[in-house]
Design a protein around this ligand. Sequence first.
Ligand code: ZN
Ligand code: ZN
Length: 258
Amino acid sequence: MNIQLLPSSFDGQGQATGDQRLTCYLLDDCVAVDAGSVAIALSDDQRQRVRDIIVTHPHMDHIASLPIFIDDLFASLKEPVRIHATQVVIDSLERDVFNWNVYPRFSELTNEHGPVMKYVPIMIGKEFQVAHLRVTAIAVNHIVPTVGLLISDDRTTVAFSSDTAETQEFWDLLNRTPHIDALLIEASFPNAMSELAEVTRHFTPASLQEELKKLNHNGLDILTVHLKPTYREKLIEELKALGIPKLEVMEPGRTYSW
Ligand SMILES: [Zn+2]
Ligand SMILES: [Zn+2]
């Protein structure tokens, strides 16, 4: 499986930087997990292939350019863009984003080929198929209903925490999965900001270290994501100091393969 954390920040020459302001992963060039930078960071070829987007929760950094992505493709879509999300997230997208005020309600619009956007409700804890991937969504602990994900193809399994603070069912799911190749997990705020991290339900390196004690797997790659750009250097330092084997900060723009 190939996974890219799409870039969301660019320098004066237009080159992607390491700062992650938005969340959007591209899996095997065709499935997106969250949609923060989906309209700004895909190649033309990828844009033509991505028709499935899994949305973990409706926070702006995870959906920012989703409306623009569908707008860009509106005339050329030969099949709808499928938004896979829990019903509560779908309701929020319809009420707060695609509401004819912030943006058009694409779920009610068609082009000459048919509908341009379709919601596919996902059930928590029940495996579903997205393109060639098998996906299980599980509730995590964030300030709005949010799901973590376990995603497998025939050979590889990767877990995504999404945004969360200390949680349990996610780890239970991982611990009953025979093999996991990689865990992509958030580390948003430095240790000195643990209060804000608690209120907004995110991890610091220290709380992440505690949390990882719940994981019964060894030897998997642990890629930290969602580092707030303002504290990126400090976070990198604190994450390194944990001394956890195979834990790295995920680099936006790089393709990781398992
Ligand atoms: Zn969030
Ligand atoms: Zn977020």
